[in-house]
Structure formats: structure tokens, C-alpha cells
Design a protein around this ligand. Structure first.
Ligand code: PFF
Length: 466
């Protein structure tokens, strides 16, 4: 235990913590992933399950992560180990921290490729490449990008360097300034896009697609041709996404919590983060689906959905060149402030235990994630064939599935059990410092029974037991 030391700065204020946590949560998960998986899993029913997971699993688990992080004040690996020792629990809990570090690498190694698409689209938008696009030509434009290994690798590398530069500069100087004003801008631009979708898209159909709960579709998945089949996957994917979008289950929010000032309210911050994150996702959906329907695109067209549908709108609206450029710039920033948090647990650990400077640690971590990312970039072209697939999935899809749907919920389950059962009531009561004992009781019930029960049920359902 003693080999680690507290080497980290703290956020300068509660607002700085909040903005950084929102910066971590709001990212490609909201704007790229949420619409595309909602399209694949048939809309409203999927959205409802996702919202329930955010409310009943995500919120209590996020509170647990923040409280453990703030109590431990170290990287997740050391926080889990030291709290376990202090509470006389097994040192095995330290594995949760390690699992998070591995998940962070794997996520960054595909996240960075998608962020690279957004970088490429900044240029496209600025150069007026969206003018006069229709469903077909927008699809072709996207495909010409993913067909090119060179371009994907180039942008993947650029994004990785961007991430490492900020990580190397540390919490205070690197992050704080970046996120405080970008998030509100992204929000405004999304509102504008929703307005455009109301005027120019099939808004009613988009709305019904997102919010009509059709029980028959709970267990359905569709492909790009619009063919649907029965599967148990949607529940698992919706739950996994609730972890992914809130940055939970791998220590990212825990490590941010470890830099949180003591006086800030954990429950209040958590609710704000979850609400902001959910709003951004729903707004992205409301901007995209009306355009999808109005332009004859398939909701289930896969990972390219956002990159195909929004450019059509930018190509047709007045000022579209400016708004399109701004949108993709903000998307890059949103991805950037998330990717930083993906490597923070590893970098914090390296600087605590290996006495490495942040600069060196981020070089090491970024280099490895970059290398792992090569396979993700090639999944769309050279390695897209069956010969390169494992369980019928490309490397990209496999990493996404394994981390989002398995590792993060498992990490979340462990964190819930740790916070609810392994550590004493006094610790969480003190750290949460909630005004009403009732609210504390509600959280404690959620973290001991509801969240773990929900996660286990969804897992059992996915393997066909329930
Ligand atoms: N929450 C981010 C998003 O929605 O884009 C992705 C993410 C960041 C997942 C950090 C996990 C994490 F630890």
C-alpha cells in the first residue's frame, strides 16, 4: 500500500468536476452510438430499457464510483485495494481496477478510430463536400472514407496524439478549460439541429420511432436491409450502453471523483451528469431519425448512421457549411474530453506506483492503445472479410461488444457489490453526506439489491436462463 502516494491535483471547484465528468460522459456514445444502436434494435422499446437502466442502475453505480474515488483519492487500482484493506475486505477487489484499465485501452482503441471519422468530416464540411448530398451520395461519401485504411489510420493517429497531449498536461491545466464552454455549445447546436429536423424532416415518424414503446420489438434486431429477427441481445446492449454512455464500470468516473473537492454533493452532481448525458443522446436521436426517414435511409444502417444522415441536412440548410463544420468540431471535442478519461485510470496508476511522469505515462498508454487501434481501423476494409472475424464479428465489433456489454456491466456489478456489501455503512454514509436519511436509505437499497439484481438478470437473460 505504502508504495503509492497522492500525486494528483484536485479540481479547482465543484463546477470543474461537474464539467469534466459531463465531458467524459457526453461523447461519441451519445451522438454516434446511441442513434445507431437504437436504429438497429428497433427504436422505442430499446430506448425505454436504456432509460430504465440509466435511472435504476447507472445513477446508483455512478454515486458509488464517485464516493469510492473521493474516499480513496488514488487511481482506481489503489483506491479499491486500499479501501478493501481498510475495511478488512479481500485484496481481490483490486482486480476491479485492473479490469477497468484493460477496458479503457480496448475502448480507446476503437473510440479513436470513430473520432477519426469525425476529424475527417470536419474537413469535408469546411470544404463544402456536403453540398447537395442525398441518401445515396452521402452513403458513398462515408464508404469512401472507411474503405481507405490509410486515411483511417492517419486520423486515428491524429486523435491519439491529441488525447495524449492533454493527458500529459494533467488534470487541471489539460481539462478544465477545455470542457467548461464546449459542452453548452454542443448542446445549442444540437437544439438547432432538432429544430431543423422539425422543419425539414419527418419529425412525427422520428418521434414515434424513438418513443413509442412496442413490446413486440423488445427482443428484435434488424439489419441494414430492414430484415428483423428475434434475439435476446437488445436488453444486454441497452444495459451495456447505459454504462458506456455514463463512463461507468471501468474507473473513469472513480478517478475523476478522486480529484473532487470534499464539499461537493455527490448525489446532486450525479443526477446532473446523468440528465445532461441523456438529454444529449435523446436530442441527437431527435435530430437524426426525422432525417433518416425523410431521406429514405434505413434506421439500421449501422455505425455510419450519423455520418450519413446529418451531412444531408448540412448540405441542404442555409449556412450548412458553417454549422456542419462547427458540429463536427464540437463532436471531436466531445470525443476528446471522453477519451482523456479512458486512459486516466492507467495514467494515474503509473504515476502513483511507477513514479512515472504524466508525460511518459501518457506516451506509453497512448502508444499501446494506438497499436491496438490498427485492428479497429482495418476492420472496415482490409480485415472486413470473414477470415478475420471472430464469432462473426470484426475486430472493431468484437472489442465494442466485449467492453460495452460484458466488461463494463461486470465492473459495475463489482463496484455495486463492493460499495453496498464490502465496505461498511459508515463509510458511504459519511462520504455521500446526504441531508435526508431516507434518500441515503434509497441509495443503499439500490446499490445492494436493485443494481446488482438488474445486472445479473440481464446477463442471465442474455445467456438464455431467464
Ligand atoms: N461515455 C463516453 C461516451 O459516451 O462517448 C465513452 C466512455 C468514456 C466510456 C469513458 C467509458 C469511459 F470510461
Amino acid at each position: 500500500m505504502s508504495q503509492s502516494r497522492v500525486v494528483h491535483n484536485q479540481w479547482s471547484s465543484r463546477l470543474a468536476f461537474l464539467m469534466a465528468a459531463v465531458g467524459s460522459a457526453v461523447g461519441l456514445g451519445n451522438i454516434w452510438k446511441f442513434p445507431y444502436i437504437t436504429g438497429e434494435y428497433g427504436g422505442g422499446a430499446f430506448v425505454l430499457v436504456y432509460l430504465l437502466c440509466v435511472a435504476f442502475i447507472g445513477i446508483p453505480v455512478m454515486m458509488a464510483e464517485i464516493l469510492l474515488g473521493r474516499r480513496g483519492r488514488r487511481s482506481p487500482i489503489n483506491t479499491m485495494r486500499e479501501l478493501a484493506a481498510a475495511e478488512r475486505a479481500s485484496p481481490v477487489w483490486g482486480l476491479v481496477g485492473w479490469g477497468g484499465v484493460v477496458a479503457g485501452f480496448l475502448i480507446l482503441s476503437f473510440y479513436s478510430v470513430v473520432a477519426g471519422w469525425a476529424l475527417d468530416y470536419v474537413l469535408k464540411a469546411a470544404l463544402g463536400a456536403f453540398d447537395g448530398l442525398n441518401g445515396q451520395s452521402a452513403g458513398a461519401l462515408f464508404q469512401s472514407l472507411t474503405d481507405s485504411p490509410r486515411r483511417l489510420l492517419f486520423w486515428h493517429s491524429v486523435f491519439m496524439v491529441m488525447t495524449m497531449v492533454v493527458v500529459a498536461n494533467g488534470v487541471r491545466s489539460g481539462l478544465e478549460r477545455l470542457v467548461t464552454w464546449l459542452m453548452p455549445m454542443l448542446f445549442l447546436l444540437l437544439a438547432l439541429l432538432v429544430g431543423y429536423a422539425m422543419a425539414a424532416g419527418d419529425f412525427a415518424r422520428g418521434w414515434h420511432f424513438l418513443f413509442d414503446f412496442d413490446f413486440a420489438r423488445v427482443f428484435q434486431a434488424c439489419d441494414a436491409a430492414g430484415q428483423c429477427h428475434f434475439t435476446a441481445e437488445p436488453l444486454l446492449v441497452a444495459m451495456g450502453h447505459s454504462f458506456f454512455t455514463l463512463s461507468l464500470g471501468m474507473g473513469a468516473i472513480m478517478v475523476y471523483g478522486s480529484y473532487m473537492p470534499r464539499e461537493a454533493s455527490i448525489a446532486g452532481s450525479t443526477v446532473m451528469i446523468a440528465v445532461a448525458d441523456t438529454l444529449v443522446a435523446l436530442m441527437a436521436g431527435l435530430a437524426i431519425f426525422p432525417l433518416v426517414f425523410a431521406n429514405g435511409l434505413q434506421p439500421a444502417s449501422g455505425p455510419g448512421l450519423v455520418f450519413v444522415s446529418l451531412p444531408i441536412a448540412f448540405g441542404a440548410m442555409p449556412g450548412g457549411q458553417l454549422f456542419g463544420t462547427l458540429f463536427f468540431v464540437l463532436l471531436v471535442f466531445a470525443a476528446w474530453s471522453s477519451s482523456i478519461s479512458l486512459v486516466e485510470p492507467a495514467v494515474a496508476w503509473l504515476s502513483e506506483n511507477r513514479r512515472m511522469s504524466r508525460g511518459r505515462a501518457s506516451l506509453l498508454v497512448g502508444g499501446l492503445a494506438w497499436f491496438l487501434g490498427i485492428g479497429s481501423a482495418l476492420s472496415f476494409n482490409l480485415w472486413s472479410g470473414d477470415a478475420y472475424k471472430v464469432f462473426g464479428k470484426t475486430i472493431f465489433d468484437l472489442k465494442d461488444f466485449l467492453t460495452t456489454n460484458i466488461m463494463l456491466p461486470l465492473g459495475g456489478l463489482a463496484i455495486a457489490l463492493f460499495a453496498g456489501w464490502a465496505v461498511g455503512r459508515r463509510l458511504s454514509e459519511e462520504e455521500l453526506a446526504m441531508r435526508s436519511p431516507r434518500m441515503y436509505g434509497l441509495w443503499r437499497f439500490s446499490i445492494r439489491y436493485m443494481a446488482p439484481g438488474g445486472i445479473v438478470l440481464v446477463f442471465l437473460n442474455a445467456i438464455g436462463v431467464v
